[in-house]
Design a binder for this molecule. Structure first.
Ligand code: GLC
Length: 483
């Protein structure tokens, strides 16, 4: 099958969060299953020259949107069995950062329209276009809009994946014609209208042939007001069209037996190298070098839904267990300040690395005994799977993809690979952390069993790439029948 995967970011080229990891690895897994897969994304100026040198300039076109007439260059490179296309327009994409600009709506309307206008010049005409998050939500909308005038679009099916329902792409009601180049009817008719604004996620959910989100539990939660950020009625309207497919991780990149940035290598059969990684991490971060002190870590964006409030509330209680604590992340200033203060208070036992450093993140996973993820909501979450692969036992709240990937090892759970608490409560989290620390201290054999189960679990894309494949087949089959 020919698949075009459309995304605002993809590792290893550019990354702000988990979407980049998924976009960098799911297409590779699909290609390995024998499909022809291409990915298309903006050519941000932050993409390094190391990659730019490998790109071929293909051609340029002009993209017309409302009254705008914009240059649009197309570059490509081959990497891991996938063709990666990059859409060039310096006015839109030479901004330093990927998102968060005041004209994001215009930038991604251009990108989405460019994806369709470029179809005739790509190597293959896709059968399925798979879009991700609000930045690409206009693709299924434009496809529907243009289909009456452009025959080739009729045979194409679209999938829209929600990686986080918090980011919906909301814009003022007056943007429909001027910014997005669509007829006012798209708004008046209700497809794009939500609470008096344009809502691109809603439009994509209604126009796409299939809607997915990144775990089965999150798919169920999206039907509930408590999780859906106002979108529950649209989710309910989608009915069977919406499914949850759990993410995988790139097991070739996240592999403690070969990861080039680690101090030592190890695997489930031989954990000696993990002890070396812990020592190296303690040295690197200025922590006391102690092999028998449990080291708890978290690598996160410092934003509300990640459950940082619970950590702020509990930090003293956590530190009273005698553990060491490492935090890497950036985000809301109040959380950053909190962790700076905490580092001072617990010198030698707590390290707060404010920022994002991918290599250090790998070393943190490898050097930790326990990995904390107390998210209030978590569509899928990748870190808990990476942590398990590196032998850091996860402590998670039972929500979204965390509930689908971590099995509790508490009382009577023979196949547990981590620790789980249900209520969003600091007390419950503290209780479970103390259980985990206790197991580490008083029953190292029991702890190793939990750790090894997590390391043995299959978090690769094998199963989930198969689920996407089945979904693509299902929607293209319907196409054939209705043609
Ligand atoms: C978003 C979600 C996260 C998910 C990732 C990839 O960042 O918040 O839970 O793992 O997308 O789908």
């Amino acid at each position: 099958m020919n698949i075009l995967y459309v995304t605002g970011e993809a590792a290893p080229f550019c990354k702000t969060g988990g979407l980049a990891d998924v976009s960098g690895s799911l297409p590779v897994a699909l290609a390995a299953r024998g499909h022809r897969v291409a990915v298309i994304l903006p050519l941000y100026n932050s993409i390094s020259t190391q990659w730019r040198e490998k790109m071929t300039f293909r051609r340029y076109i002009y993209v017309d949107l409302a009254w705008r007439h914009e240059y649009c260059g197309l570059f490509s490179l081959e990497h891991r069995g996938v063709t990666w296309y990059f859409v060039d327009n310096e006015r839109y994409f030479a901004r330093g950062r990927l998102y968060g600009e005041c004209d994001d709506g215009e930038r991604f309307a251009f990108f989405s329209r460019a994806v369709l206008d470029l179809l005739p010049v790509l190597d293959d005409m896709p059968e399925v276009i798979h879009c991700n998050d609000w930045q690409t939500a206009l693709v299924p909308i434009y496809r529907q809009d243009l289909m009456g005038r452009w025959d080739a679009l009729r045979g194409i099916r679209t999938v829209f994946t929600i990686h986080n329902v918090e980011y919906q792409g909301k814009f003022g009601a007056d943007t429909v014609e001027d910014l997005f180049g669509l007829d006012r009817g798209w708004y008046e008719g209700g497809t794009l209208q939500m609470d008096g604004c344009v809502n691109l996620m809603k439009g994509a959910m209604l126009c796409a042939d299939a809607v997915t989100t990144v775990s089965p539990t999150y798919a169920r939660q999206l039907r509930l007001g408590a999780y859906a950020e106002g979108m529950e009625s649209v989710v309910q309207l989608c009915g069977d069209k919406i499914t949850g497919i759990v993410n995988g991780i790139d097991t070739a990149v996240f592999d403690p037996s070969s990861d080039p940035v680690l101090a030592a290598h190890y695997s489930v059969g031989n954990l000696r190298g993990k002890a070396d990684c812990k020592r190296a991490l303690q040295q690197e971060l200025g922590l006391q070098v102690q092999s028998d002190v449990p080291l708890i870590s978290i690598v996160t964006r410092l934003v509300g839904h990640k459950g940082i409030d619970l950590i702020c509330e509990s930090l003293d209680a956590i530190m009273q267990t005698g553990c060491q604590f490492v935090m890497q992340g950036s985000g809301d200033k109040r959380y950053e300040d909190f962790f700076r203060y905490a580092e001072n208070r617990y010198k030698g036992r707590l390290c707060a690395y404010i920022g994002y450093n991918e290599d250090l993140a790998h070393r943190i996973y490898a050097g930790s005994d326990l990995y904390l993820m107390p998210s209030r909501s978590e569509p899928c979450g990748l870190s808990q799977m990476i942590a398990m692969r590196y032998g850091a036992v996860p402590i998670v709240r039972q929500t979204g993809g965390l509930a689908d990937t971590v099995r509790s090892c508490q009382v009577g759970q023979e196949d547990g690979n981590g620790f789980v608490f249900a209520d969003y409560s600091a007390f419950d989290m503290q209780y479970v952390i103390s259980q985990a620390v206790e197991l580490y201290r008083s029953n190292l054999h029991g702890f190793r069993c939990v750790q090894e189960r997590g390391m043995r679990d299959d978090f690769s894309w094998n199963a989930s790439a198969g689920s996407y494949e089945a979904l693509y087949e299902h929607i293209t089959d319907t196409t054939r029948r209705t043609k």
